[in-house]
Design a protein around this ligand. Structure first.
Ligand SMILES: Nc1ncnc2c1ncn2[C@@H]1O[C@H](COP(=O)(O)OP(=O)(O)OP(=O)(O)O)[C@@H](O)[C@H]1O
Ligand SMILES: [Mg+2]
Length: 222
């Protein structure tokens, strides 16, 4: 099977500010890739272009071999729903739903008939959140919100999971649990791109890249 996601000559500017410059990248099936780099360097911007949430200034994005530039917003949303799942740097949960409902909501529509509630509870238990199932986002800590976002993304069993600093705000034991889940996802058919400042986590990925001065370089030794 070919690459799940490809970037060809991606550049991104905000006004005169060049954030990304001629980036090419390919994500193979069942692979974990880490992206490291300075704060403000453009990692979140790059991830949002991979996830079709933001358009590049120039260049092409291909998902499962299909170029998405010419797709209508409706078709693009479909591709996003079919292939992609996100863990955002700032957790975006629905405020009026409980933790458990937030995890279940997207999977409920996509994986109808499957035991999503049971699986959601198992994931939340794994992430140490069994005692917070009925709490709403405003009653939860940043680390708890992050774990709920990750459970929500994993429950969708996506082909591509994009995770922006997923181990931030977590104590070492929970960070390890989350890292284990992300690294293990490749065994169940998910490719993962992790943006992280955690060099230990990055070293455990199949490949690591550094984003610096707008360009992406493979880190030697991997
Ligand atoms: N919509 C926007 N308009 C203007 N500038 C933007 C916009 N989005 C991001 N930027 C700028 O692009 C640069 C890269 O931001 P980005 O969030 O991608 O960095 P990052 O590498 O994820 O940083 P961090 O590690 O702190 O999360 C920053 O200087 C930011 O101010
Ligand atoms: Mg960021």
């Amino acid at each position: 099977m070919g690459n799940l996601l490809e970037l060809q000559g991606i550049s991104k500017s905000f006004g005169d500010d060049i954030i990304l410059s001629d980036i090419s990248f390919a994500l193979a099936p069942e692979t974990v890739v880490a992206i490291i780099g300075q704060s403000g360097g453009g990692k979140t911007t790059l991830l949002s272009i991979m996830g079709l949430l933001q358009k590049a200034t120039t260049g092409r994005v291909l998902i499962a071999g299909q170029s998405v530039e010419c797709l209508s917003p409706h078709k693009m949303a479909k591709v996003r729903g079919q292939y992609l799942s996100f863990v955002f740097q700032r957790a975006r949960l629905i405020n009026y739903l409980t933790a458990l409902e937030n995890v279940i909501a997207p999977a409920w529509f996509i994986r109808r008939g499957e035991k999503v509630e049971q699986q959601a509870k198992a994931l939340l238990e794994r992430f140490g959140l069994s005692h917070r199932l009925e709490h709403k986002p405003q009653e939860l800590s940043l680390g708890q919100l992050r774990r709920i976002s990750l459970a929500r993304a994993l429950l969708l069993k996506p082909s591509i999971l994009l995770a922006d600093e997923p181990t931030n705000d977590l104590d070492p034991a929970l960070a390890e649990e989350v890292a284990g889940c992300l690294l293990g996802a490749r065994q169940t058919g998910t490719s993962v791109v992790i943006v992280t400042h955690d060099l230990g986590l990055a070293a455990r990925a199949d490949q690591t890249f550094r984003l610096a001065d707008g360009t992406l370089h493979a880190v030697a030794g991997q």
